[in-house]
Design a protein around this ligand. Sequence first.
Ligand code: GTP
Ligand code: MG
Length: 190
Amino acid sequence: MINFTNTTFVKSAPNLANAPQGGYPEVLLVGRSNVGKSSLINALCNKKALAFTSSKPGHTRLLNYYNVDNKLYLVDAPGYGFAKGGFDLDKLFGEMMEDYFSKASRIKRVLVLLDSRRELNEDDVDIINFLIEKEIKYTLVFTKVDKINQSEKYHLLQSLKEIGVDEKEVIFASTLKPRTLEPLRSLLSK
Ligand SMILES: Nc1nc2c(ncn2[C@@H]2O[C@H](COP(=O)(O)OP(=O)(O)OP(=O)(O)O)[C@@H](O)[C@H]2O)c(=O)[nH]1
Ligand SMILES: [Mg+2]
């Protein structure tokens, strides 16, 4: 089992060419802005301010590499679906991802974060289809599950079943409920 508390920030990179040189497998977190990517990294690693979080969307602007126990890199990516004052984060994200996925061999898995309270939007579906097309392993992680009740969770699972998503590809997580983070830790350890 990986020791998640032994995690350190390595560097921020604008693109893959500037990614850290080192032979660890990479797990990339993607998802809409404000979905909770940075918060999830902090929660998994039991640190409060390893990754910077914000209630305002568009906070993470580069690929941020975290070395987890000298076993893997967790990579925090900018959120999609957010553009502000002419700064096109979607474009930046697209460019970075193209670069990233063109050398996909180091990517072991992509965690696609989705907000438990929201329906999947076009961007979410696009990225999932993109991962399927490129045959990159992925897991759907529904965040902020503390904000929904049992029946909402049930309906969410039903709607996923309807679009052909297997329950096994889905993890529910909340940074406020440490117990919910265990399945994700075991997945990453594997
Ligand atoms: N209730 C609740 N709030 C959460 C949870 N995870 C994250 N949040 C809140 O959601 C907001 C956004 O979290 P971030 O981790 O900064 O989101 P992000 O996906 O990294 O956002 P960008 O960097 O802008 O793409 C913050 O106010 C967090 O406190 C959760 O599990 N439960
Ligand atoms: Mg972030």
